[in-house]
Unconditional design. Structure first.
Length: 319
């Protein structure tokens, strides 16, 4: 039987999707890619393959899951299988440098950023950036991992050469322009099938843990978007949101063969919009969706079912 194959490394983040796939009566199989084997002399099974590998897999002791997923995707794509969020999406998921270069290619503004490998080089990058305050973050991260706000070069030196320094998993630290928002929130734009689904306002007053999944918790208190309390829900879907940047985001996704993504942006005091993160392993917040009546995982499951039915007409129809 042809089916939908979900490539992942985190059961908690996959439960919502599998629940929707079951609800729609769609055949599926989970491939947990923390470990495994691939016989390159054999052909993959028939079906639709959805990649939702996460850049933060190493924080769950799944250090080499992305590398193994890359091998699996190469095998699938070599044999012409339909892959939703294939190797190009994975490459962008694992590197903010790649994200920024691809966004810039589409004319989308990102914060001024300098990359550095090595502690001395991080200091030199901050000197070259010559902006205060500024932030550092990991090139390969997730959930705001490694984001730190600094008001001076001395504070950075104390951190970098101190016991609390956090080494990025790929060795690359980003030293980045600090964007101060008038109010402490960012906007996350959700896309399914390469098309805009909704925008969610994310309150950052409690920290920079922006993962909307219910399993996530606020851990990082170094917030680069301000500290004023906003009140209300942490995640709020914006009704009637129609920012012109949506068109640019959809063009960016099309150029990079990305079908499912959450794209995060922040606006400064002058109204300039900076895009700083592309998450191709996007999750959704159930509380915010219940209020608005729109459900990301249901839309995603429906999209995957349509792709399966389109390519394999004899597959189980969507109920």
């Amino acid at each position: 039987m042809t089916k939908i194959y979900v490539l992942h490394e985190n059961d908690e983040w996959t439960d919502h999707l599998t629940g929707r796939l079951k609800e729609l009566g769609l055949p599926f199989e989970l491939w947990h890619l923390d470990q495994g084997t691939v016989d390159l002399t054999e052909e993959p099974p028939e079906g639709i393959f959805y990649n939702r590998m996460s850049a933060s897999s190493h924080t769950r002791d799944h250090r080499f899951a992305p590398e193994f997923t890359e091998a699996v995707l190469a095998w699938l794509e070599r044999h012409g299988r339909t892959v939703v969020n294939g190797s190009r999406a994975l490459r962008l998921e694992l590197s903010k440098v790649n994200q920024y270069m691809a966004l810039n290619q589409e004319g989308i503004t990102t914060p001024k950023t300098i990359t550095a490998v090595g502690k001395d080089q991080i200091i030199e990058a901050a000197k070259k950036l010559d902006l205060a305050p500024f932030i550092t973050k990991h090139n390969r991260a997730g959930k705001g991992q490694g984001v730190q706000l600094f008001h001076s070069l001395k504070a950075l030196e104390e951190y970098v050469y101190g016991y609390s320094f956090e080494e990025p998993v790929d060795g690359i630290t980003l030293v980045q322009q600090y964007i101060e928002a008038p109010k402490p929130y960012i906007v996350r734009h959700e896309f399914v099938g390469g098309k805009f689904l909704y925008a969610v306002k994310v309150d950052t007053s409690g920290g920079f843990e922006l993962c909307p999944a219910d399993a996530c918790t606020i851990e990082d208190l170094h917030c680069p978007t301000g500290t004023e309390e906003t009140g209300g829900a942490k995640f709020e879907i914006l009704e009637g949101y129609a920012d012109p940047i949506i068109e640019s985001y959809e063009a960016f996704l099309a150029s990079n063969n990305i079908k499912v993504a959450g794209i995060e942006a922040i606006q400064d005091h002058n109204g300039n919009v900076y895009t700083y993160d592309v998450n191709t392993n996007t999750n959704y917040n159930s509380d915010a969706e219940a209020v608005s009546g729109v459900y990301g995982m249901l839309q995603l499951a429906t999209y995957l079912g349509e792709r399966l039915k389109e390519q394999y007409p004899s597959a189980i129809p969507i109920s």
